[in-house]
Write a protein that binds this ligand. Structure first.
Ligand code: ASP
Length: 587
């Protein structure tokens, strides 16, 4: 059994007889002396074997990388000139006396410091080796510390950790469910929880007052770079607290977390209404590190001949907006072409631009393929509104409102990053005053958050003007990432029915799907609300990691499979028969 971790040894241990357990990180033969760097989760220590201890020397000579060993030896100062200031244990070494090989290892599929040369698929297939890398160990250790700090904060504030079921009826968070066939109920399926939403509300009806859970959630979506089919939420629900109190308490939690873990003061989080965020930043999760803003110019374009602009300018569902990039006139044609392709991802059909070369010359000082279509007068009015200076570039978006906001919103961040325009390292905020509903492409309405979110108006007003009604929802945003979101909930049955009505959910369907909730609301449901934070994304931000897979021990790939276990996999005919499932042959 070890007496110390490798990485913990320091000068103060010199003279002590110690025992280490760990892996051979590297073996070096220095002309008659063998050096083993022994690694465990705390770090590396150099162990030296002299030929005068024949048996252990021979063993040390025989070990290979990643063998598991036990070493007994004496901690001593490194000889002068061999101290390594880059290593925490670089002042000492261990004179190896006894060596036991606890297990051998095949040559690993990649050396730990060669992970970059192998593809991510190799790393994921041999994740247990990849996870031996100090960077991965650090990230998962950090994650453990964060969850611990969160548990402590919530526990100190009277929250109870209560588990909710994994085998459920579907919860409507808007994504596709993962389904599990029931053996005992032929033809019926469980759904894995997209979130513990309804259960946490029922825990409030049950009087627990403050609940939290570090909960696994499952959503069968087409994966983007920062999504996983199963992910972890810090799920929170409270009774008798309004949005101010809930936001205050959770803002404090995140502030304390950054302060204690990273020594970063996030300060007070500003609030911004959803409509303002969309208008100024083209996003409901604006990245406020970058100062640039979208400016509406539809009023200046409505009367021009040029249909590309005039059309959306006159369309009540259209938007024409401009984004001024200070110093952007230096952008090359090639880069502008790249940006044009980039906004195409969001549905923009092109990217018009004006470079401001010599403003004092009027329209002649503007370089642009579109000025001739706008006319001098309009072009100069736009320049005036945007308060441009020589050396700036202005990009334009003209299309449906959604396309313009999303395309210019994303371009704003891309250009900001490319041109290093961030004005601070951390920019948190709350986005509030979300609409209750949004129109779907098919002309129906859907809940912007989820259908249990309380509106900030009466049921009558909601029914009369569903598309302008606001909700009592809030999102916490950090550096353009949605860290968490939640709402005050409906605790009144009549209001809940109204919302289902607006959503076109019939009484029968509501009864069938959420009858238990509607019932519970009749039996003394307290006013309640909560939110959920995405733990994986929080850890990503806190550790400055690019990919969500780097902060999850065993992540799934972009195609929602596990490279190591090869899940999902086929099952036997017998298992299918037991479940009464017959597979349809794909043609
Ligand atoms: N259940 C919500 C979600 O997963 C969070 C909440 O409203 O508390 O996004």
């Amino acid at each position: 059994m070890r007496s110390h971790y490798c990485g913990d040894l320091r000068k103060e241990h010199v003279g002590e007889e110690i025992t280490l357990n760990g892996w051979v990180h590297r073996r070096r033969d220095h002309g008659g002396v063998i050096f083993l760097d022994v690694r465990d989760r705390e770090g590396l220590t150099q162990v030296v074997f002299d030929p005068d201890r024949e048996e252990s020397f021979a063993l040390a000579d025989s070990v290979r990388n990643e063998f598991v060993i036990e070493v007994r030896g004496l901690v001593r100062d490194r000889p002068e000139g061999t101290v390594n200031p880059d290593m925490p244990t670089g002042e000492i070494e261990v004179l190896g006396k006894e060596l036991v090989i606890l297990n051998k290892a095949e040559t690993p599929p990649f050396q730990l410091d060669e992970h970059q040369q192998v593809g991510e698929d190799v790393r994921l297939r041999h994740r247990y080796i990849d996870l031996r890398r100090p960077e991965m160990q650090d990230k998962l250790r950090f994650r453990s510390k964060v969850t611990n700090a969160i548990r402590n904060y919530l526990d100190d504030n009277g929250f109870l950790d209560i588990e909710t079921p994994i085998l459920n009826r579907a919860t409507p968070e808007g994504a596709r469910d993962y389904l599990v066939p029931s053996r005992t109920h032929e033809g019926s399926f469980f759904a894995l929880p997209q979130s513990p939403q309804l259960f946490k509300q029922l825990l409030m009806v049950a009087g627990f007052d403050r609940y939290y859970q570090i909960a696994k959630c499952f959503r069968d979506e087409d994966l983007r770079a920062d999504r996983q089919p199963e992910f972890t939420q810090i799920d929170i629900e409270t009774s008798f607290m309004d949005e101010e109190a809930i936001m205050g308490m959770t803002e404090n939690m995140i502030r304390e977390l950054f302060q204690n873990m990273l020594d970063i003061d996030l300060g007070d989080f500003p609030r911004m209404p959803y409509a303002e965020a969309m208008q100024r930043y083209g996003s409901d999760k604006p990245d406020l590190r970058f100062p640039m803003e979208l400016v509406d110019v539809a009023d200046l374009m409505a009367e021009i001949e040029f249909k590309v602009f005039a059309g959306p300018a006159k369309d009540p569902k259209g938007r024409v907006a401009a984004l001024k990039v200070p110093g952007g006139a230096q952008l090359t044609r090639k880069i502008i072409d790249e940006y044009t392709k980039f906004v195409g991802i969001y549905g923009a059909k092109g990217l018009a631009w004006i470079k401001v070369n010599e403003l004092e010359k009027g329209a002649e000082g503007l370089q642009s393929p579109i000025v001739k279509f706008l006319g001098e007068d309009v072009a100069m009015k736009i320049m005036e509104r945007l308060e441009v200076q020589n050396g700036d570039i202005v990009f334009f978006g003209a299309d449906k409102e959604k396309v313009v906001s999303e395309a210019l919103g994303a371009l704003r961040i891309k250009v900001g990053e490319d041109m290093n325009m961030a004005q601070c390292e951390w920019a948190p905020l709350w986005v509030v005053d979300f609409p209750m509903f949004e129109e779907t492409d098919k002309g129906g309405v859907t809940a912007l958050h989820h259908p249990f979110t309380a509106p900030s108006c009466s049921p009558e007003e909601l029914k009369a003007n569903p598309l302008t009604a606001l909700s009592r929802a809030y999102d916490m945003v950090l550096n353009g990432c949605e860290l968490g979101g939640g709402s005050v909930r409906i605790h009144d049955q009549a209001m809940q029915k109204t919302v289902f009505d607006v959503l076109g959910i019939s009484d029968e369907e509501a009864e069938e799907k959420f009858g238990f909730l509607l019932n519970a609301l009749q039996f003394g449901a307290p006013p309640h609300g909560g939110l959920a934070f995405g733990l994986d994304r929080l850890i990503m931000l806190m550790t400055g990691t690019e990919s969500i897979r780097e902060v999850i021990a065993f992540p799934k790939t972009q195609s929602a499979s596990c490279m190591m276990t090869e899940a999902p996999g086929e099952v036997s005919a017998a298992q299918l028969r037991e479940l009464n499932i017959k597979l349809r042959k794909t043609p």
